[in-house]
Design a protein around this ligand. Structure first.
Ligand SMILES: NC(=O)c1ccc[n+]([C@@H]2O[C@H](COP(=O)([O-])OP(=O)(O)OC[C@H]3O[C@@H](n4cnc5c(N)ncnc54)[C@H](OP(=O)(O)O)[C@@H]3O)[C@@H](O)[C@H]2O)c1
Length: 271
């Protein structure tokens, strides 16, 4: 029975991971959330018949809570874990439209948001991986996946002059290095570490832009269409997670995927 731990399953892509993976009754699925009663209520309402779901509490930025979640996971699975999916993230709203120069004009706000992004998206995942590594090493499949973002691809930023989404992109670039460092250490033990971008997905973050923001959004979309002429706008969580899970299944150390940063297409095409 393959076992999975996914962080941040309360909504968005995390919820979709939980839903798709738990649809196979032979999978053991553990979701880590901040508000357990709320998510258990959602599970009871929408996935009530599924006995293979366990919800655990942890704010991923709190080491002791993550440590307790690792111990609780071991109690559910018998001490091992096959898949760890680091999905939870702090997504700042300040960088959607503004470039890094504009953000820098409010240094306090930028510093606060930058630290929150680095804390949740980078440091917390280092602790998550270290705390769950004894379980992964006892697992059969041994796959650890960071949900990253194509916006951290340096070539894409440079070639298409993507000046917005800075703290988010910086934190995901650092997360990709975390993936590579863990691969460098644990590849010899048969653990596959991957960073995967889920695509541009509609998870309800869109807020009606102001007139000024509309111009910025228009420019951004033009860049996206130039990058990928077939781009049709955001995909659904269902489409995204089906694609991401297929990339996870197909990837292996033997194929040279250890530590790689891939899109939901399994390559470096982000849109
Ligand atoms: N949507 C996209 O287009 C897109 C594109 C590229 C990459 N991604 C990546 O995909 C992942 C999911 O994104 P999403 O769009 O589904 O975002 P989302 O809807 O905002 O969901 C984020 C999840 O992370 C959880 N979370 C945040 N901080 C946490 C913490 N400190 N401890 C525990 N859980 C925490 C949230 O829980 P609460 O309910 O408690 O807040 C929520 O469940 C992220 O890593 C994101 O960067 C998304």
């Amino acid at each position: 029975m393959p076992s999975y731990v996914i962080t941040g399953v309360s909504k968005g892509l995390g919820w979709e991971f939980l839903k798709q993976i738990s649809s196979d009754p032979s999978n053991i699925v553990i979701g880590i959330v901040r508000n357990k009663p709320l998510v258990e209520k959602r599970v009871a309402e929408e996935l009530a018949s599924r006995r293979n779901i366990t919800i655990l509490t942890a704010d991923i930025t709190k080491y002791d809570e993550l440590k307790a979640a690792a111990a609780d996971t071991a109690a559910v699975t018998g001490g091992s874990l096959d898949y760890l999916i680091a999905n939870a993230a702090y997504l700042t709203a300040i960088d959607t439209y503004d470039d890094i120069g504009t953000l820098g004009q409010d240094p306090q706000k930028f510093s606060d948001e930058f630290r929150k992004a680095m804390d949740a998206n980078v440091l917390a995942n280092v602790h998550l991986y270290n705390l769950f590594m004894p379980l992964i090493l006892k697992g059969t499949i041994k796959k650890v996946v960071a949900i990253s973002s194509g916006i951290s691809d340096i070539d894409w930023i440079n070639d298409y002059e993507i000046a917005n989404l800075s703290p988010n992109a910086m934190s995901k670039a650092a997360l990709n290095v975390v993936t590579a460092k863990f691969n460098a250490q644990y590849k010899k033990d048969g653990v596959l570490f991957l960073s995967i971008c889920p695509g541009f997905v509609d998870t309800g973050h869109f807020i009606e832009p102001t007139a000024e923001q509309k111009a910025s959004m228009h420019m951004m979309m033009e860049k996206y269409y130039r990058y990928s002429p077939g781009f049709k706008g955001p995909i659904t969580p269902k489409e995204s997670i089906e694609a991401v899970l297929s990339v996870v299944e197909n990837a292996s150390i033997e194929k040279g995927d250890g530590g790689r940063f891939l899109s939901h297409f399994g390559n470096r095409q982000w849109l």
